[in-house]
Design a protein around this ligand. Sequence first.
Ligand SMILES: Cc1cc2nc3c(=O)[nH]c(=O)nc-3n(C[C@H](O)[C@H](O)[C@H](O)COP(=O)(O)OP(=O)(O)OC[C@H]3O[C@@H](n4cnc5c(N)ncnc54)[C@H](O)[C@@H]3O)c2cc1C
Length: 587
Amino acid sequence: MLFYNAPEEDLQFLLFEVFRAPEHWQGAEETAHLDQALAQAIMTEGGRLASEVFCPLMQSGDAEGCRLEGGVVHTPSGFRAAYQAFAEGGWMSLAGDPNFGGQGMPKQLCVALEEMFFAANAGLYLYPALSAGACVLLAAHGSEAQKGLWLSPLYEGRFSGTMCLTEPHAGSDLSLLRTRAVPQPDGAYALSGSKIFITGGEHDLTENIVHFVLARTPDAAPGNRGLSLFLVPKILLEADGTLGARNGVAVGSIEHKMGIKGSATCVMNFDDAKGWLVGEEGRGLQAMFTMMNYERLSIGLQGLGTAELAYQNALAYARDRRQGRDPAGMSDADADSLLVHPDVRRMLLTQKAFNEGGRAFASYVAMMLDQARYGATPEVRDRAGRFAAFLTPIAKAFFTDRGLECCVLAQQVLGGHGYLAEWGLEQCVRDTRIAQIYEGTNGIQAMDLADRKTAREQGRTARELLATLRAETAGEEGPWAKEVEAAFAALEAATAALVQGAEGDAYFAGAVATDYLELVGLVLYGWLWQRMVQTAERAAAEGRVTPVFAAKKRATASFFMAKLLPKVQLLKTTLEAGSEPVMAASF
Ligand SMILES: Cc1cc2nc3c(=O)[nH]c(=O)nc-3n(C[C@H](O)[C@H](O)[C@H](O)COP(=O)(O)OP(=O)(O)OC[C@H]3O[C@@H](n4cnc5c(N)ncnc54)[C@H](O)[C@@H]3O)c2cc1C
């Protein structure tokens, strides 16, 4: 059976040593209520909930799945109680707006918890993860009246939220959406249409479900500019906020799918459903992007979390399992632990290096998101916002691609036993696969980065980020200075090649987008690994982390620098090959 231990020591190291987050928290009025002791206590409690309440339901939730009966979706046994514990513990409101009952915690703390909950049970955590994004959306774009009515029950976990974008003929291309929203005399709208693949569209965990729906008003412009955003509840509310009549929205069916079987993926039919405009008419997609960007980082954390779960279980297995002999060993045992075999060590170290690197990356992106909100000056906020926008597609795609890769490696460590359901590793592989697909496929993330956020702005943010990373490492006699500088130089050259290649070649950015995203991801991990080792060794010398912790960081970093970072040079070469090899072929 799968087990999960929250990586608390590593998370504390990142927050308190590498990024010195409490200094930032204390420096901003909005987050001054949070100090190290409180953050530590929150992480401990979150880790306990994840490992003791969420994780034990992971495999049973997969085996049982969701079932639709008489218009009601039943989640797997135990999910309701676990969700209740989550809601009653106040976890839904952690990042919420304090004016409406939220706790106003910074993103950098929240990502630590998101990783834990996703790791322990992605199928279950998807329900609150969608609700959290819906809250962020409503807090940013809702009217005061809408926020007053809907935010508190969402924060309390009594209501949950969904995002309703996809339609049968409109997936990546939202400009094709057809769901209609007709204005009504009372100021509301009547929505009609069908949405598919809606996560948590119907379930038995909450009293009510609040759908955020992209739809088109009758005289709307074609394409993305004609889309508006609507709040459509499953159950309408009376003026005092109590539950009223059932709205015209119902689940048509639920999907039978490869993984995350505890998460209900629903076809939702809107039949003159009553909805209210959120934000301005025609600016729905811009508003929805607030939720999409939130969820993109969140889904990245799903990939990272499941990879960590798989790693922990693969490592425990490798310690225990005895097969073959240490090639250089003289032990008396009939067979040695799998850990003596270089190839098994390669698989485990690849997972460890990507997971810990990814955790540091997530923390860095979250710090940028916090600085974009609470930074001391407009310049700081503006720059952090641009960095966060640049890094978000990388977090989504790089974490989830590495997530699948690492889950497959973890499965491989178990040999044939990894293929069996009882050990849970095959579930990790199945569960994590979707993270590469939904919330904008990884191909779409790569295009967002390479085209919109790099080529079209002449590489400005990429160069600015690179200058910042270089400035932060300048003058430090860090380990692997040569390797990291070579990676920086490759990024610089690849960015220039991308910008230049995209001029006059409409296919260039698309053809090299995934190479570019992978390259930037690896370079940032290289920078973070260097920084983690320097910080760990300083903290060990000053007695704040153990020498063993620092030594493990150095050993994993050595592996990353020698075996994974050099792939940057290969990616630069394939990027420079441009679009011709991709577009010349005919099918
Ligand atoms: C389990 C599950 C849960 C989901 N939850 C939700 C949800 O809660 N709400 C919601 O609205 N949707 C949800 N989705 C839908 C999901 O976001 C879409 O499946 C996804 O965005 C891709 O759309 P598509 O399936 O139509 O694929 P398509 O858009 O048809 O894409 C097919 C392939 O073509 C590529 N492609 C398409 N266009 C381009 C382009 N311009 N450039 C480069 N490559 C391109 C894609 O990368 C992909 O590889 C969910 C899907 C699943 C399976």
